[in-house]
Design a protein around this ligand. Structure first.
Ligand SMILES: *[C@@H]1O[C@H](CO)[C@@H](O)[C@H](O)[C@H]1NC(C)=O
Ligand SMILES: *[C@@H]1O[C@H](CO)[C@@H](O)[C@H](O)[C@H]1NC(C)=O
Ligand SMILES: *[C@@H]1O[C@H](CO)[C@@H](O)[C@H](O)[C@H]1NC(C)=O
Ligand SMILES: *[C@@H]1O[C@H](CO)[C@@H](O)[C@H](O)[C@H]1NC(C)=O
Ligand SMILES: *[C@@H]1O[C@H](CO)[C@@H](O)[C@H](O)[C@H]1NC(C)=O
Ligand SMILES: *[C@@H]1O[C@H](CO)[C@@H](O)[C@H](O)[C@H]1NC(C)=O
Ligand SMILES: *[C@@H]1O[C@H](CO)[C@@H](O)[C@H](O)[C@H]1NC(C)=O
Ligand SMILES: *[C@@H]1O[C@H](CO)[C@@H](O)[C@H](O)[C@H]1NC(C)=O
Ligand SMILES: *[C@@H]1O[C@H](CO)[C@@H](O)[C@H](O)[C@H]1NC(C)=O
Ligand SMILES: *[C@@H]1O[C@H](CO)[C@@H](O)[C@H](O)[C@H]1NC(C)=O
Ligand SMILES: *[C@@H]1O[C@H](CO)[C@@H](O)[C@H](O)[C@H]1NC(C)=O
Ligand SMILES: *[C@@H]1O[C@H](CO)[C@@H](O)[C@H](O)[C@H]1NC(C)=O
Length: 525
């Protein structure tokens, strides 16, 4: 009896741990990747193959942490080495199977390049879901075809645990990308998993728009979104991780974000954001890095997350240069971000050096009024009386249309404070280099801001913040509430604890009603 019983244990144990993740569990394990691709080479080598080899290493590392789903960034795999733009357009592109055809590229010897096939094989071998972004070529005929009979898309591809392509999402909001096409209409992509979560996908610039984001969030009730990006960070409001955190918070979404790293263009920033519960961890490196970040993610069940993340299931693996050749130890002292055109904003310098130690004002811009109540204290070190290296603050309010680097225009509604490196407006959004010693600072004891906006289903209003460490505030650091009355919603954002390291603290709305209009100019009040 005893022996049989023991054998039972021995035999059952391996079976138990092989049981697939159960749809009843309260969480799943996700991993995101901050990746620095090889994007050019002096030799005639296949760059996509070089990146594929790195991807396989990252996948094998993720497997050690029993990851259910692994996400790679945008545009960091299938990269062409050609200088000829015509060739470049399609060189590293691949046909991407239609999910309906249930194709496993691993088993299809001839039709797919290694950059698709080997990753399918890795998903199959290691039994995990993998999301990559791959340039797609698609044969076309007829009216809306290109002269060369090819449409080229910026496409996310999802493999299931059998290496089968189960989803394909073609980026709809292109950021320039003149060599890339987009579908006539957005094709929303969602996929189900064996752990009971249905995911939606968006790529980079998509996050700024109504379509497909609101289709996923409002129409389909998706609560877990994959975000692959090659972002160009902007101050004061759209630093990669700042926006990711506030978007995930405002929509209460589990956002799994993987960023293409290149500090020279302020690109990068990855993380796992648990909606209103805040971020688990953000990877934002000011050097060329390759980092795998793994976390347990609580499922949203009947609108609720029933689990606190187990800190022991949060892992960071930092690849060395010998593991992945693009890792570089050199830290960039400068920041290379873009800066929003603040000229059409209504702004006012806040004199934090005054003895009053408070500021109360209502500032309006094109019918949007922003109420600000601030309490602060200014500290100047005596070390260097002549230094002027410290942040100033401005109240900044706006209701209008902006341009995104000339590639699209969109409506924004903004109310709050921003930082500047001197008293001029044109210095706002600039950041002191890391080696500059800032010898004075303002501690905000309290910040209360409030903005009234027309109640609308056609916007996203977010609390947006960033501190000197370039991280957004944690959810315990602020409150954000909306009160709805007679078709008007009032948004309130309050600082919860005193801080001396703020760069931006604002309510930031995307108003889709003003999209595609001309950019608001300085003299259009
Ligand atoms: C893809 O996998 C095959 C078979 O293992 C291997 O021979 C080939 O080198 C791999 N290609 C890349 C780019 O890693
Ligand atoms: C680029 O490649 C295309 C297709 O091979 C060729 O027709 C064209 O002449 C090339 N352009 C240049 C500038 O070399
Ligand atoms: C081509 O595009 C136009 C809109 O740009 C659309 O009206 C038309 O139906 C399309 N034709 C085909 C065959 O899809
Ligand atoms: C697809 O993109 C290429 C490159 O920009 C362009 O020449 C072509 O006209 C586009 N095709 C369509 C149907 O828009
Ligand atoms: C990765 O390692 C480097 C060098 O040790 C370090 O500077 C960096 O902060 C690490 N990154 C993470 C995310 O731990
Ligand atoms: C913001 O500006 C737009 C366009 O001028 C206007 O239609 C809208 O009413 C303004 N918003 C508010 C809340 O007044
Ligand atoms: C004091 O500040 C001035 C102006 O920023 C700077 O030029 C000077 O080097 C600083 N001196 C010291 C000792 O840091
Ligand atoms: C303020 O900063 C801006 C931007 O760095 C710079 O161009 C300008 O010269 C500075 N002005 C003063 C008065 O220091
Ligand atoms: C948010 O919390 C994390 C973990 O405690 C901390 O490392 C990070 O600096 C915080 N962010 C800010 C902006 O304070
Ligand atoms: C609210 O908006 C609706 C639809 O635009 C309108 O019919 C209604 O009269 C408005 N109510 C108030 C109190 O303004
Ligand atoms: C400002 O915010 C703080 C922190 O949430 C809160 O305690 C205080 O009541 C607020 N003050 C006003 C005037 O709303
Ligand atoms: C938008 O800008 C274009 C180009 O500057 C101009 O031709 C057009 O009249 C503008 N439209 C409006 C509504 O102002």
């Amino acid at each position: 009896m005893k022996i049989v019983w023991r054998l039972g244990i021995v035999l059952l144990y391996p079976l138990l741990i092989k049981v697939p993740p159960n749809t009843c569990s309260l969480s799943y394990t996700a991993a995101v990747v901050e990746y620095t691709p090889i994007y050019k080479s002096d030799e005639q080598v296949n760059i996509a193959n070089l990146n594929t080899k790195h991807y396989i290493k990252i996948i094998e590392k993720a497997v050690e942490y029993s990851v259910d789903i692994l996400i790679f960034p945008e545009s960091s795999l299938s990269i062409s080495n050609s200088k000829n733009l015509t060739v470049r357009r399609s060189e590293a592109a691949s046909y991407i199977p239609d999910p309906q055809d249930k194709i496993v590229p691993c088993n299809d010897a001839n039709n797919y390049p290694d950059s698709l096939k080997n990753i399918s094989c890795a998903a199959l071998k290691h039994k995990l879901y993998i999301v990559i972004n791959h340039r797609e070529k698609f044969d076309c005929v007829g009216d809306n075809c290109s002269d060369d009979g090819l449409l080229i898309y910026n496409t996310n591809v999802v493999f299931n645990r059998n290496g089968e392509v189960i989803a394909r999402y073609r980026k709809y909001n292109l950021f320039g990308e003149l060599d890339t096409n987009r579908t006539l209409e957005p094709i929303i992509s969602t996929f189900e998993t064996d752990f009971g979560v249905t995911f939606g996908q968006i790529i980079c610039f998509d996050i700024m728009f109504k379509t497909p984001t609101l289709n996923l969030v409002h129409d389909l009730g998706i609560r877990d979104i994959i975000f692959s990006s090659h972002w160009y960070s902007e101050m004061p409001y759209l630093y990669s991780v700042q926006l990711q955190a506030s978007w995930a918070f405002a929509n209460d979404i589990n956002l799994l974000s993987s960023g293409y790293n290149n500090p020279k263009t302020a690109s990068g920033g990855s993380g796992i954001y648990i909606g209103r519960n805040g971020y688990v961890k953000i990877i934002l490196e000011n050097k060329r890095s390759n980092v795998l970040f793994v976390s347990e993610v609580p499922k949203v069940i009947d609108g609720k997350r029933l689990l606190n993340i187990n800190a022991e299931r949060v892992k960071i693996y930092n690849f060395s240069k010998s593991e992945i050749s693009t890792t570089e130890p050199d830290v960039y002292e400068k920041y290379f971000h873009l800066i929003d055109d603040l000229n059409p904003y209504t702004t006012e310098l806040i004199n934090t050096e005054s003895r009053l130690s408070s500021y109360e004002k209502t500032i309006c811009d094109r019918n949007v009024c922003c109420e600000l109540k601030l309490k602060f204290q200014f500290h100047k070190s005596t070390a260097n009386k002549s230094s002027s290296n410290y942040y100033r603050y401005r109240a900044a309010v706006f209701n209008g249309t902006r341009t995104f680097s000339g590639f699209a225009t969109g409506g924004v509604t903004v109310c709050g404070i921003i930082s500047c490196i001197n008293n001029t407006l044109r210095s706002c959004g600039k950041i002191f280099d890391q080696n500059v010693y800032a010898d004075a600072s303002t501690t905000f004891q309290s910040i209360n801001i409030s903005m009234k906006n027309i109640d609308s289903q056609n916007n996203i209003i977010m609390p947006i913040s960033i501190a000197k460490n370039m991280l957004p505030l944690n959810v315990t650091d602020f409150t954000f509430q909306s009160v709805n009355l007679k078709n008007t919603t009032t948004y309130n954002m309050n600082l919860q604890n005193p801080r001396d390291d703020l760069l931006t603290f604002s309510i930031y709305g995307r108003n889709f009603d003003l999209d595609s209009l001309n950019k608001t100019g300085i003299d259009s009040k």
